[in-house]
Design a protein around this ligand. Structure first.
Ligand SMILES: Cc1cc2nc3c(=O)[nH]c(=O)nc-3n(C[C@H](O)[C@H](O)[C@H](O)COP(=O)(O)OP(=O)(O)OC[C@H]3O[C@@H](n4cnc5c(N)ncnc54)[C@H](O)[C@@H]3O)c2cc1C
Length: 313
């Protein structure tokens, strides 16, 4: 790859994690390029919750507000384009991008996010983010005491239904879309807790202003105000895999305390990354921002420390 421009840090992914890293580095006047494909994970949601000082803002509004702040930092270049390839050499990183040719940087921060894997039920995509969510913690408050459904057939789905019943609404049903995978003991615990289990097949999902309708295999329709989906996610970009980054058991890029990956010169932040010692998911806007700040603060000091050491020798 022929290099066209040189930066101290290239950041791929301009969601909350990547932009937070860019802000910290830009404020230290580091030369930074931020590439973003503008497909944030929560784009379908109408509002962002649990972000102190920004409660209820739209995801797009949050991105645009952050971009306005970055525009004030003259050493930060934002490119709205997709990075297609990355090469890590001994002393530099080369990033290829659709609309920017090849970019050369000393370090790379990956912030490419994750993509939720939705069940193959017609209509699920249009409901996801409007009245069907993966995270009761983020979107439960707005659904309190309403008629709710948890969709899924795993032990995790059963756990989620029990959590929703305890924290959000007593009127909750678990829809397993066929025979549940959870054990008889779990089924009995749900029954004792007063959580109904609906195990008929779901053949379609309809979202409306009034809520969520599940179209069942026997042509009946079940309606709810909102629902939660027990789902999994995958990496948002093939780049971590192509770079050979070590992954955690749940497919996230394994990072250390400073968000460093197993690949020299490469850090990873946001939903896509996780410390080897961390349990659970914990994928929130605030945690994404925090990891971006951590990586950038570490990198800024590390770059300076190397200069300091060279000057001393
Ligand atoms: C429906 C829904 C609602 C949610 N609601 C909340 C909420 O209320 N509160 C909360 O705290 N969390 C919420 N979340 C979680 C939240 O969206 C994530 O935790 C957060 O977006 C993670 O930020 P990130 O920067 O890691 O990734 P993202 O926001 O996903 O950003 C990743 C960015 O990288 C870009 N990208 C990927 N590959 C490339 C590439 N090759 N080149 C260039 N750019 C690339 C993408 O286009 C995207 O812009 C919600 C999630 C969903 C699915």
């Amino acid at each position: 790859m022929e290099s066209q421009s040189h930066f101290e840090v290239a950041i791929i992914g301009g969601g909350p994690a990547g932009m937070a890293a860019a802000q910290v580095l830009g404020r230290q006047r580091r030369r930074v390029v931020l590439l973003d494909g503008h497909q944030g994970r929560n784009a379908a949601a109408s509002s962002v919750h649990m972000l102190l000082g920004r409660e209820g803002m739209t995801p797009e509004g949050l991105v645009l507000a952050a971009r306005r702040e970055l525009a004030g930092l003259h050493t930060v270049s934002l490119l709205l384009t997709e990075a297609t390839n990355v090469l890590v050499e001994d002393s530099r990183v080369l990033v290829s991008a659709v609309a920017a040719g090849t970019i050369c940087a000393d370090f790379l921060i990956l912030a490419t996010g994750v993509v939720d894997v939705l069940p193959p039920i017609p209509g699920v995509g249009s409901a996801y983010g409007t009245c069907l969510f993966h995270c009761p913690l983020c979107h439960g408050f707005e659904a309190q005491d309403q008629r709710l459904v948890v969709l899924g057939n795993s032990e995790h789905a059963a756990f989620m239904a029990a959590y929703v019943h305890d924290r959000i609404s007593r009127d909750v049903e678990l829809c397993s879309n066929g025979k549940p995978d959870f054990c008889a003991g779990t089924r009995e615990r749900l029954r004792r807790g007063g959580i109904r289990i609906e195990d008929r097949d779901v053949v379609g999902i309809r979202a409306s202003a009034g809520g969520l309708a599940l179209l069942m295999g026997d042509s009946t329709v079940r309606t709810y105000n909102a629902g939660f989906l027990s789902t999994r996610f995958r990496q948002g970009s093939p780049l971590p895999h192509a770079l050979g980054c070590c992954l955690t058991d749940d497919g996230r890029v394994q990072v250390d305390h400073f968000q460093r990956t197993s690949v020299p010169r490469v850090l990873a932040v946001g939903d896509m990354a996780k410390a080897a010692t961390a349990a659970g998911n914990m994928t929130f806007v605030a945690t994404a921002v925090a990891s971006g700040v951590t990586a950038a603060a570490y990198l800024d000091e590390d770059i300076f420390a190397k200069t300091w050491d060279t000057q001393g020798s």
